[in-house]
Ligand binder design. Structure first.
Ligand SMILES: NC(=O)c1ccc[n+]([C@@H]2O[C@H](COP(=O)([O-])OP(=O)(O)OC[C@H]3O[C@@H](n4cnc5c(N)ncnc54)[C@H](OP(=O)(O)O)[C@@H]3O)[C@@H](O)[C@H]2O)c1
Length: 274
Protein backbone atom coordinates (compact mmCIF):
# COMPACT_ATOMS: atom_id res chain seq x y z
CA UNK A 1 0.00 0.00 0.00
CA UNK A 2 1.27 3.49 -0.84
CA UNK A 3 1.12 5.89 2.10
CA UNK A 4 2.01 9.44 2.93
CA UNK A 5 1.52 12.00 0.21
CA UNK A 6 1.63 15.22 2.26
CA UNK A 7 4.86 17.22 2.25
CA UNK A 8 6.65 14.67 0.10
CA UNK A 9 7.87 15.16 -3.46
CA UNK A 10 6.47 13.73 -6.67
CA UNK A 11 8.23 14.06 -10.02
CA UNK A 12 5.91 14.10 -13.05
CA UNK A 13 7.27 13.79 -16.58
CA UNK A 14 5.09 15.20 -19.34
CA UNK A 15 3.49 17.61 -16.85
CA UNK A 16 2.84 20.33 -19.43
CA UNK A 17 -0.45 18.82 -20.62
CA UNK A 18 -3.07 16.08 -20.40
CA UNK A 19 -2.65 13.21 -17.95
CA UNK A 20 0.65 14.53 -16.53
CA UNK A 21 -0.77 17.97 -15.70
CA UNK A 22 -3.73 16.26 -14.04
CA UNK A 23 -1.43 14.06 -11.94
CA UNK A 24 0.29 17.25 -10.78
CA UNK A 25 -3.06 18.82 -9.83
CA UNK A 26 -4.39 15.82 -7.91
CA UNK A 27 -1.11 15.14 -6.11
CA UNK A 28 -0.83 18.82 -5.15
CA UNK A 29 -4.36 18.59 -3.74
CA UNK A 30 -3.05 15.78 -1.51
CA UNK A 31 -0.32 18.05 -0.24
CA UNK A 32 2.60 16.86 -2.36
CA UNK A 33 5.35 19.11 -3.67
CA UNK A 34 6.14 18.69 -7.33
CA UNK A 35 8.95 18.51 -9.82
CA UNK A 36 7.36 19.30 -13.18
CA UNK A 37 9.21 18.08 -16.27
CA UNK A 38 8.54 18.56 -20.02
CA UNK A 39 9.87 20.62 -22.94
CA UNK A 40 7.35 23.52 -22.86
CA UNK A 41 8.59 25.77 -20.08
CA UNK A 42 5.75 28.32 -20.34
CA UNK A 43 3.14 25.61 -19.70
CA UNK A 44 5.08 24.21 -16.73
CA UNK A 45 5.48 27.66 -15.16
CA UNK A 46 1.80 28.39 -15.62
CA UNK A 47 0.90 25.10 -13.90
CA UNK A 48 3.38 25.76 -11.08
CA UNK A 49 1.71 29.15 -10.46
CA UNK A 50 -1.75 27.56 -10.48
CA UNK A 51 -0.71 24.91 -7.95
CA UNK A 52 0.99 27.46 -5.72
CA UNK A 53 -2.13 29.67 -5.70
CA UNK A 54 -4.54 26.80 -5.07
CA UNK A 55 -2.62 24.56 -2.70
CA UNK A 56 0.55 26.41 -1.68
CA UNK A 57 2.54 23.69 -3.46
CA UNK A 58 6.31 23.98 -3.79
CA UNK A 59 7.07 23.35 -7.47
CA UNK A 60 10.37 22.94 -9.26
CA UNK A 61 10.25 23.28 -13.03
CA UNK A 62 12.83 21.36 -15.05
CA UNK A 63 12.80 21.71 -18.82
CA UNK A 64 13.99 18.55 -20.49
CA UNK A 65 13.68 16.72 -23.78
CA UNK A 66 13.63 13.17 -22.45
CA UNK A 67 14.15 11.66 -25.88
CA UNK A 68 17.74 12.92 -25.63
CA UNK A 69 19.79 9.89 -24.43
CA UNK A 70 21.61 12.03 -21.81
CA UNK A 71 18.46 13.65 -20.42
CA UNK A 72 17.37 11.11 -17.79
CA UNK A 73 20.74 11.12 -16.00
CA UNK A 74 20.86 14.93 -16.21
CA UNK A 75 17.37 15.14 -14.71
CA UNK A 76 18.31 12.78 -11.88
CA UNK A 77 21.48 14.79 -11.16
CA UNK A 78 19.54 18.06 -11.18
CA UNK A 79 16.97 16.71 -8.73
CA UNK A 80 19.75 15.38 -6.46
CA UNK A 81 21.54 18.77 -6.59
CA UNK A 82 18.34 20.45 -5.44
CA UNK A 83 18.31 17.99 -2.47
CA UNK A 84 14.90 16.63 -3.41
CA UNK A 85 13.93 13.13 -2.28
CA UNK A 86 11.42 11.75 -4.79
CA UNK A 87 8.71 9.73 -3.05
CA UNK A 88 6.56 9.23 -6.14
CA UNK A 89 7.79 9.11 -9.73
CA UNK A 90 5.21 9.48 -12.49
CA UNK A 91 6.76 8.30 -15.76
CA UNK A 92 4.07 9.79 -17.99
CA UNK A 93 5.79 11.57 -20.92
CA UNK A 94 5.10 9.75 -24.15
CA UNK A 95 3.68 10.12 -27.62
CA UNK A 96 2.18 8.04 -30.39
CA UNK A 97 2.03 8.04 -34.18
CA UNK A 98 -0.80 6.74 -36.34
CA UNK A 99 -0.04 5.94 -39.98
CA UNK A 100 0.88 3.38 -42.57
CA UNK A 101 4.37 1.91 -42.87
CA UNK A 102 4.92 4.06 -46.00
CA UNK A 103 4.21 7.23 -44.00
CA UNK A 104 6.38 6.28 -41.03
CA UNK A 105 9.66 8.11 -40.45
CA UNK A 106 12.28 5.84 -38.88
CA UNK A 107 13.79 8.75 -36.90
CA UNK A 108 10.44 9.58 -35.32
CA UNK A 109 10.03 5.92 -34.26
CA UNK A 110 13.49 5.93 -32.67
CA UNK A 111 12.52 9.11 -30.80
CA UNK A 112 9.38 7.30 -29.58
CA UNK A 113 11.39 4.32 -28.36
CA UNK A 114 13.86 6.62 -26.59
CA UNK A 115 11.03 8.47 -24.82
CA UNK A 116 8.36 5.81 -24.22
CA UNK A 117 10.79 3.01 -23.31
CA UNK A 118 14.39 4.10 -22.72
CA UNK A 119 13.82 7.24 -20.62
CA UNK A 120 11.09 5.55 -18.58
CA UNK A 121 13.36 2.58 -17.84
CA UNK A 122 16.37 4.71 -16.98
CA UNK A 123 14.41 7.05 -14.70
CA UNK A 124 12.89 4.06 -12.93
CA UNK A 125 16.28 2.52 -12.16
CA UNK A 126 17.76 5.90 -11.18
CA UNK A 127 15.05 6.76 -8.63
CA UNK A 128 14.11 3.27 -7.41
CA UNK A 129 17.20 2.37 -5.28
CA UNK A 130 16.61 5.22 -2.79
CA UNK A 131 12.95 4.18 -2.44
CA UNK A 132 13.94 0.57 -1.80
CA UNK A 133 16.53 1.65 0.74
CA UNK A 134 14.12 3.75 2.78
CA UNK A 135 11.36 1.17 2.20
CA UNK A 136 8.70 3.52 0.94
CA UNK A 137 7.81 5.10 -2.37
CA UNK A 138 6.02 4.49 -5.61
CA UNK A 139 6.38 4.66 -9.39
CA UNK A 140 3.52 4.98 -11.85
CA UNK A 141 4.49 4.10 -15.42
CA UNK A 142 1.90 5.24 -17.93
CA UNK A 143 1.23 2.45 -20.43
CA UNK A 144 -2.07 2.17 -22.35
CA UNK A 145 -4.83 -0.29 -23.23
CA UNK A 146 -2.73 -0.67 -26.38
CA UNK A 147 -0.32 -2.60 -24.13
CA UNK A 148 -2.61 -5.66 -24.22
CA UNK A 149 -2.49 -6.24 -27.97
CA UNK A 150 -0.67 -5.30 -31.16
CA UNK A 151 -2.34 -2.32 -32.87
CA UNK A 152 -2.10 -1.95 -36.66
CA UNK A 153 -1.03 1.52 -37.83
CA UNK A 154 0.47 2.08 -34.35
CA UNK A 155 2.90 -0.84 -34.19
CA UNK A 156 5.78 0.91 -32.43
CA UNK A 157 3.49 2.70 -30.00
CA UNK A 158 1.55 -0.42 -28.97
CA UNK A 159 4.78 -2.41 -28.64
CA UNK A 160 6.32 0.36 -26.51
CA UNK A 161 3.32 0.25 -24.17
CA UNK A 162 3.46 -3.57 -23.94
CA UNK A 163 7.04 -3.08 -22.74
CA UNK A 164 5.92 -0.52 -20.14
CA UNK A 165 3.22 -2.81 -18.75
CA UNK A 166 5.39 -5.95 -18.56
CA UNK A 167 8.30 -4.01 -17.10
CA UNK A 168 6.08 -2.40 -14.45
CA UNK A 169 4.31 -5.60 -13.40
CA UNK A 170 7.55 -7.53 -13.09
CA UNK A 171 9.09 -4.79 -10.95
CA UNK A 172 5.91 -4.57 -8.86
CA UNK A 173 6.42 -8.22 -7.89
CA UNK A 174 10.07 -7.57 -7.00
CA UNK A 175 9.44 -4.45 -4.92
CA UNK A 176 6.14 -4.91 -3.09
CA UNK A 177 7.65 -6.66 -0.07
CA UNK A 178 9.90 -3.66 0.40
CA UNK A 179 6.91 -1.32 0.53
CA UNK A 180 7.54 0.24 -2.87
CA UNK A 181 4.62 0.09 -5.29
CA UNK A 182 5.15 0.05 -9.06
CA UNK A 183 2.02 0.53 -11.15
CA UNK A 184 1.44 0.16 -14.88
CA UNK A 185 -1.40 2.56 -15.74
CA UNK A 186 -3.37 1.55 -18.86
CA UNK A 187 -5.77 4.29 -19.95
CA UNK A 188 -8.08 3.93 -22.91
CA UNK A 189 -8.81 6.96 -25.09
CA UNK A 190 -8.46 10.05 -22.94
CA UNK A 191 -9.20 13.71 -23.74
CA UNK A 192 -5.72 15.20 -24.10
CA UNK A 193 -3.46 16.48 -26.89
CA UNK A 194 -2.30 12.92 -27.57
CA UNK A 195 -4.18 12.32 -30.84
CA UNK A 196 -3.23 15.73 -32.27
CA UNK A 197 0.42 14.87 -31.67
CA UNK A 198 -0.17 11.37 -33.12
CA UNK A 199 -1.37 12.95 -36.37
CA UNK A 200 -5.10 12.17 -36.14
CA UNK A 201 -6.64 15.46 -35.05
CA UNK A 202 -10.39 15.20 -34.60
CA UNK A 203 -10.34 11.42 -34.22
CA UNK A 204 -10.99 11.66 -30.48
CA UNK A 205 -14.31 13.44 -31.04
CA UNK A 206 -15.71 10.26 -32.58
CA UNK A 207 -14.68 8.10 -29.61
CA UNK A 208 -15.99 7.35 -26.16
CA UNK A 209 -13.27 8.76 -24.02
CA UNK A 210 -12.43 9.54 -20.42
CA UNK A 211 -11.21 12.78 -18.95
CA UNK A 212 -7.64 12.93 -17.68
CA UNK A 213 -9.08 13.70 -14.22
CA UNK A 214 -10.97 10.37 -14.19
CA UNK A 215 -7.90 8.40 -15.33
CA UNK A 216 -5.70 9.95 -12.66
CA UNK A 217 -8.28 9.42 -9.89
CA UNK A 218 -8.40 5.71 -10.78
CA UNK A 219 -4.62 5.50 -10.86
CA UNK A 220 -4.19 7.13 -7.45
CA UNK A 221 -6.89 4.89 -5.98
CA UNK A 222 -5.00 1.89 -7.42
CA UNK A 223 -1.79 3.18 -5.86
CA UNK A 224 -3.51 3.48 -2.47
CA UNK A 225 -4.46 -0.18 -2.80
CA UNK A 226 -1.04 -1.28 -4.06
CA UNK A 227 -2.33 -2.51 -7.44
CA UNK A 228 0.25 -3.56 -10.04
CA UNK A 229 -1.82 -2.32 -12.95
CA UNK A 230 -4.88 -0.15 -13.44
CA UNK A 231 -7.24 -0.02 -16.42
CA UNK A 232 -9.61 2.93 -15.91
CA UNK A 233 -13.17 2.25 -17.11
CA UNK A 234 -15.20 -0.95 -17.05
CA UNK A 235 -15.42 -1.30 -20.84
CA UNK A 236 -11.67 -0.88 -21.21
CA UNK A 237 -11.13 -3.55 -18.57
CA UNK A 238 -13.45 -5.97 -20.36
CA UNK A 239 -11.67 -5.33 -23.67
CA UNK A 240 -8.28 -5.84 -22.07
CA UNK A 241 -9.42 -9.20 -20.71
CA UNK A 242 -11.25 -10.36 -23.83
CA UNK A 243 -8.14 -10.27 -26.03
CA UNK A 244 -6.62 -12.99 -23.86
CA UNK A 245 -9.18 -15.50 -25.12
CA UNK A 246 -9.42 -14.41 -28.75
CA UNK A 247 -7.22 -15.70 -31.57
CA UNK A 248 -4.17 -13.47 -32.02
CA UNK A 249 -4.79 -13.14 -35.76
CA UNK A 250 -8.33 -11.93 -35.15
CA UNK A 251 -7.21 -9.44 -32.50
CA UNK A 252 -4.64 -7.74 -34.71
CA UNK A 253 -6.87 -7.73 -37.79
CA UNK A 254 -9.68 -6.15 -35.73
CA UNK A 255 -7.32 -3.38 -34.64
CA UNK A 256 -7.02 -2.27 -38.30
CA UNK A 257 -10.58 -1.00 -38.21
CA UNK A 258 -9.76 1.75 -35.75
CA UNK A 259 -6.82 3.55 -37.28
CA UNK A 260 -6.79 2.61 -40.97
CA UNK A 261 -6.26 5.93 -42.84
CA UNK A 262 -9.44 6.69 -44.76
CA UNK A 263 -9.79 8.72 -47.99
CA UNK A 264 -12.19 11.03 -46.11
CA UNK A 265 -9.39 11.93 -43.67
CA UNK A 266 -7.24 13.09 -46.59
CA UNK A 267 -10.01 15.42 -47.83
CA UNK A 268 -10.38 16.72 -44.25
CA UNK A 269 -6.68 17.60 -44.35
CA UNK A 270 -7.21 19.36 -47.67
CA UNK A 271 -10.12 21.38 -46.23
CA UNK A 272 -8.07 22.54 -43.27
CA UNK A 273 -5.17 23.47 -45.59
CA UNK A 274 -7.61 25.61 -47.64
N1 LIG B 1 -4.63 10.30 -24.38
C1 LIG B 1 -4.82 9.02 -24.55
O1 LIG B 1 -5.83 8.58 -25.18
C2 LIG B 1 -3.85 8.04 -23.96
C3 LIG B 1 -4.25 6.69 -23.84
C4 LIG B 1 -3.37 5.77 -23.29
C5 LIG B 1 -2.12 6.17 -22.85
N2 LIG B 1 -1.73 7.48 -22.98
C6 LIG B 1 -0.40 7.84 -22.51
O2 LIG B 1 -0.51 8.89 -21.55
C7 LIG B 1 0.73 9.60 -21.47
C8 LIG B 1 0.43 11.09 -21.46
O3 LIG B 1 -0.14 11.46 -22.70
P1 LIG B 1 -1.38 12.46 -22.83
O4 LIG B 1 -2.53 11.69 -23.29
O5 LIG B 1 -1.49 13.29 -21.60
O6 LIG B 1 -0.87 13.32 -24.08
P2 LIG B 1 -0.38 14.83 -24.21
O7 LIG B 1 -1.44 15.76 -23.75
O8 LIG B 1 0.15 14.95 -25.59
O9 LIG B 1 0.85 14.92 -23.16
C9 LIG B 1 2.10 14.36 -23.43
C10 LIG B 1 3.11 14.95 -22.47
O10 LIG B 1 4.40 14.36 -22.75
C11 LIG B 1 5.36 15.41 -22.89
N3 LIG B 1 6.41 15.03 -23.81
C12 LIG B 1 6.29 14.66 -25.12
N4 LIG B 1 7.50 14.47 -25.66
C13 LIG B 1 8.41 14.75 -24.69
C14 LIG B 1 9.83 14.74 -24.64
N5 LIG B 1 10.58 14.43 -25.73
N6 LIG B 1 10.45 15.08 -23.48
C15 LIG B 1 9.72 15.42 -22.40
N7 LIG B 1 8.38 15.44 -22.37
C16 LIG B 1 7.74 15.11 -23.52
C17 LIG B 1 4.56 16.59 -23.42
O11 LIG B 1 5.19 17.81 -23.05
P3 LIG B 1 6.05 18.77 -24.03
O12 LIG B 1 5.46 18.68 -25.39
O13 LIG B 1 5.91 20.11 -23.38
O14 LIG B 1 7.44 18.24 -23.94
C18 LIG B 1 3.26 16.44 -22.64
O15 LIG B 1 3.37 17.05 -21.38
C19 LIG B 1 1.56 9.13 -22.66
O16 LIG B 1 2.54 8.22 -22.22
C20 LIG B 1 0.55 8.40 -23.55
O17 LIG B 1 1.15 7.40 -24.33
C21 LIG B 1 -2.57 8.41 -23.51
Amino acid sequence: MFEGYADRWALVTGASSGIGAEFARQLAARGMHLVLVARREDRLKELAEELDTRHGTRCEVIVSDLSDPQASQRLFDEVSNRKIEVELLINNAGFGFVGTADDTQPQRMMEMIRLNIAALTELTYLFLPAMLERQHGGIINVASVAAFQPVAYMPVYSASKAFVLHFSEALWAECRDRNVIIQGLCPGTTETEFFDVAGVSGWLKKQRSHTAAYVVRKSIRGLDKGRQYVVPGFLNLVLSLSVRLARRKMVVLQSMRFFRPRPKDKSDDQKSAD
